[in-house]
Structure formats: C-alpha cells, structure tokens
Ligand binder design. Structure first.
Ligand SMILES: Nc1ncnc2c1ncn2[C@@H]1O[C@H](COP(=O)(O)OP(=O)(O)OP(=O)(O)O)[C@@H](O)[C@H]1O
Ligand SMILES: [Mg+2]
Length: 481
C-alpha cells in the first residue's frame, strides 16, 4: 500500500515525473528546477545523456540543460534515444569473443549509425551479419561468436539508466522541496515506472527497475511498473483526479471527468458500454490502448469487473522519423545532410516544430546560409512524413479493426508525434475507417471541426504528461478498492 507515489514516465526523448502527494490529492507533474524545458514544456526532462571523456581519468556524465546543446566529437559522446537499447530483442545475438575484422565493422557503433542514416533497419543489419557469418563459416574461417552490438548496447543502456535516474532523483527532490506541502518526506515516497507494452516478457523492464533501485528510488511495494498505454488512458480520462470516500475507499466514478464514461457507470441501462482508444505517438514507440467498460446494462459495484484493457506498443516513433528524414535529405544533398548530422537536441526540437508541421517555414542555423526544409529537400521530406504517417495509420487501423464497436467510443491522441498535422490526420482517418464513429476526439492539436464528432482540447500537460499522471493514479492502488 502506498498513500503517495511518484510515477516516472521514462520517455525516449523526455522523461516526465508526476506526484500524487496524498490518496485524494490531484496528481501533479514535477516541473524542472529553473524551468529550462525544451519546446515550452517545463515538465519534460530530456532523457539524453552525454559522456565527457576528455579527461580519461575523470570521465563524467552530463544531463539536462548541460547536454541539449552538445554534439558528439572532441571527447564528448552524446546518447539520444537510448531507451530502445534497453528493450531491444537480443535473442538472436551471439555472445563470446573472437571477431573477424569484417564482423567487427558490422557490429561497430559507427556502422550502426551509418546504417541508420541510410534508413537501413536494425533487422536488415542483423540479416546482413547473419549472411556474412554464414559466408565466413563456409570459407573455413572460425565461426564468429561476438558479443553482439545489441547485447553490448543493452548492458551499456542499463549503466546509463542508473546514472540518469540518480540525476533525475536529485532534480525531482530539489523541485519537490519548493512545493508547498509541509511535512512530507519526499525521499521516502516510492516510485512507479511506465514501460512500453511489448509481447511477452521483456528484460528491459527488469533492467529499468534495477537501475531505479541503484539510483536510490524505492519502488512501489505492490505495483512498481505500469504500461505506458494503460497509464496514458487513465491519466487522460481522470485528468489526474483521485477521489476517496470517508471510509478510505476509491470513489471510482468521481475520479473520471464528466462525459460518456461516467454516464455508463451512472446509467448503465441506457448507456451500457463505453470505450476509449488511445494513440500515443512518442519518440520510440506508438502506444495503442483500448479501454472498454461493458456493464451488460447493470450497475457495477466494482467497475473493475466490467472493464477490459487491450494494449500494445509498436516500435514506430519520432526518433525513427528523424533517422528517415536525415537519410532522405542526405540522399538529395550531401551538404544539407552534413548540416543535419550536426544538429543538437535543441536544434532538433525547433527543426521538428518548423519542418514536420509543413507550414512552409524552414529551419535555419545561425551562420549557415541554408534553409532546411525548403528547396531540394522539401519533397523528400514530405514523402518521408507521408510514408511514416501511413505506417502508423496501418497499426491504428489494424488495432481498431480488432475491436468491434461498442456503445459510445472516444479517441485520445497524445504524445509529441500527435502534434504533426499529417500524422494526426492519418491516425484520425485510420480510426474512422469502416464507418466507425466517435463521440469525441481528445488531443492537443486537432482540426477545428470533425463532422459530428466533438473536439476536446488536451493541454500540453495531458498530451505529453498523461502517462506520468495516470501511472500515479489511485486507480492502480489495489488497497483502496
Ligand atoms: N509540435 C511538435 N511538432 C513535431 N514534433 C514534436 C512536437 N512536439 C513534440 N514533438 C516531438 O515528439 C517526440 C515525442 O515526444 P514524447 O514526449 O511524446 O516522446 P517520449 O515520451 O519521450 O517517447 P516514448 O514514449 O516513445 O519513449 C519528441 O521527439 C518531440 O521532439
Ligand atoms: Mg512517451
């Protein structure tokens, strides 16, 4: 049982942390100390880490505002989007030592980066290594049994995670001390962490928990982990509200914002069923969830008996779009490709907002006379964003098709990727295929009207911070039921 809890939504690009300071307190997002957030969001802690190796005897990690303007080179290594290393599938990866020079190249970090910049997928890279390995064996060379790049990346990411969460803890506790909640010992409050929902068990979940513990976080005693799609749906539908009865029992109905979900709980005869779909487009994954409440027309004493959640995360996100865009730009102009290869995380934040929105506004770097996103790279960028949006749309269409329509349905669009108009429109189109209709669309950047479907604007806090807010919800506190 935990009366209060932190929820850490460890995002590939940005980590968000929420605090439920009491059983019935409204959950709040922790703001960055000093409010130096990127892109105007003061609760988005950059997840990137740099290692300064200039002094080999004194290598050190760099985080937060000290890292967003850094570039790899001159003894500095910048790691962005390393979350995927924790969760990648290493089942086909060999372990051992001896490596031919060719296999060493194919397992190297440099090869991996180059392949990504040409749009070569990790699966294609693995396939190439398998072919070369088979060829080497045929020619009598010793079978290569390297400790694969994937295994090394996973181990390295575990170490980075421990350093990162130590830094994060310091930031969070410092920010909490400025909150006006006297008497709370923030360092004793346990934490829950969100993870993607991949099929089967993923060792990344355990690595993440280990790293948190190493960093001094005490994990929630009963439910230390919640999946991103589920926490997102709860965060958005409850708006972070937690309500208990005088007898300290969860007041489930009142936790959810007014709307069709509450109607189903209060008047099941006339409104027997409800569903919310969530599409959360992040930097690493697109998280899909369907939260269905089917009362069968009867009042439910415990709503948990009537609801079912189906969910999945697919590894398609904005970091992948960034790699594809970089490869597409490089293919039409080496000069532009080289400029893009030098962009810092802070530059990328601006670039995405200017260029992915396709508003016609280019992105410029001081001192370089090139308008990125306008000119020779304009059409390749448009085509790449279109293809990316179609890939997400295919996932959304298949996920929705797996769920026969019930009663009233709503659609929640969240994550930074949902702000890209072409992506947003492709998702709305995919979700409404086969004449599926929605009562309401929730999102931060929705079209002004959508036929008979109502539009509910999500603030940035819910569009980006929904998973952290939901993960700290009383909803996940079984002792209050
Ligand atoms: N208005 C915008 N236009 C384009 N891109 C945006 C916009 N706002 C945010 N983004 C980008 O969306 C991406 C995803 O952000 P988000 O915070 O949802 O990812 P995350 O939670 O870190 O990733 P994940 O959940 O997949 O691990 C970021 O790379 C961010 O730069
Ligand atoms: Mg996320």
């Amino acid at each position: 049982m935990a009366d209060r809890v932190f929820c850490i939504d460890f995002g590939s690009a940005f980590t968000k942390v929420a605090l439920r300071a009491d059983p019935s307190a409204t959950t709040e997002l922790i703001k960055l100390p000093g409010a130096w957030g990127l892109g105007g969001s003061d609760f988005c802690f950059p997840s990137m880490v740099a290692i300064n190796r200039r002094d080999p005897a004194n290598q050190r990690c760099v985080f937060g505002q000290d890292v967003v303007d850094l570039k790899t080179g001159n003894g500095i290594d910048v790691y962005r989007n390393w979350k995927k290393w924790l969760f990648q599938d290493v089942s086909d990866s060999a372990t051992g030592s001896a490596l031919s020079p060719l296999m060493t190249l194919l397992h190297s970090e440099e090869f991996h980066r180059l392949a990504a910049s040409y749009g070569v997928s990790p699966a294609e890279g693995r396939f190439l290594r398998q072919i070369i390995s088979a060829g080497e064996e045929l020619h009598g060379k010793p079978a290569t049994s390297p400790q694969s790049l994937e295994v090394r990346q996973q181990q390295f990411a575990g170490k980075l995670a421990a350093h990162y969460f130590t830094w994060l803890r310091k930031q969070v506790l410092e920010a909490c001390r400025k909150l006006d909640k006297t008497g709370l010992r923030y360092e004793d409050i346990p934490a829950r962490v969100t993870t993607p929902k991949f099929p089967g068990e993923n060792p990344g979940v355990e690595s993440l928990c280990q790293a948190l513990k190493q960093a001094g976080w005490q994990l929630h005693p009963e439910q230390p982990v919640v999946t991103e799609p589920e926490s997102n749906v709860i965060g958005v539908l409850t708006s972070g509200h937690n309500v208990i009865t005088p007898k300290q029992k969860i007041q489930f109905t009142d936790m959810f914002a007014k709307g069709p979900f509450q109607k189903v709980l209060k008047d099941p005869e006339d409104h027997p069923a409800y569903r919310a779909f969530v599409v959360d487009i992040g930097a690493f994954t697109t998280d899909l969830a369907a939260f269905t409440l089917d009362t069968g027309g009867k009042t439910l004493d415990d709503p948990r008996t009537g609801y079912v959640i189906t969910q999945k995360s697919v590894p398609i996100g904005i970091s992948q779009l960034d790699e594809q865009i970089q490869a597409a730009v490089n293919a039409v102009s080496n000069e532009r490709g080289e400029v893009m290869a030098q962009l810092t995380a802070a530059d990328w934040e601006e670039y995405r907002r200017a260029v992915y929105a396709q508003s016609g506004k280019p992105f410029r770097i001081v001192g370089i006379n090139i308008a990125l996103g306008k000119g020779v790279d304009e059409i390749p960028i448009r085509e790449t964003i279109h293809q990316f949006s179609q890939n997400i749309a295919a996932e959304v269409a298949a996920f929705c098709a797996d769920h026969d329509p019930v009663g009233t349905e709503e659609l929640i669009l969240s994550g930074g990727g949902s702000m890209i108009p072409v992506v947003r429109d492709a998702v709305l189109d995919a979700a409404t295929r086969n004449d599926r209709t929605f009562f309401r669309f929730h999102g931060a950047a929705l079209p002004k009207s959508a036929g008979s479907t109502k539009i509910a604007k999500l603030t940035d806090a819910f569009a980006r911070g929904g998973s952290a807010l939901g993960g700290a919800s009383l909803f996940f506190e079984s002792s209050y039921y």
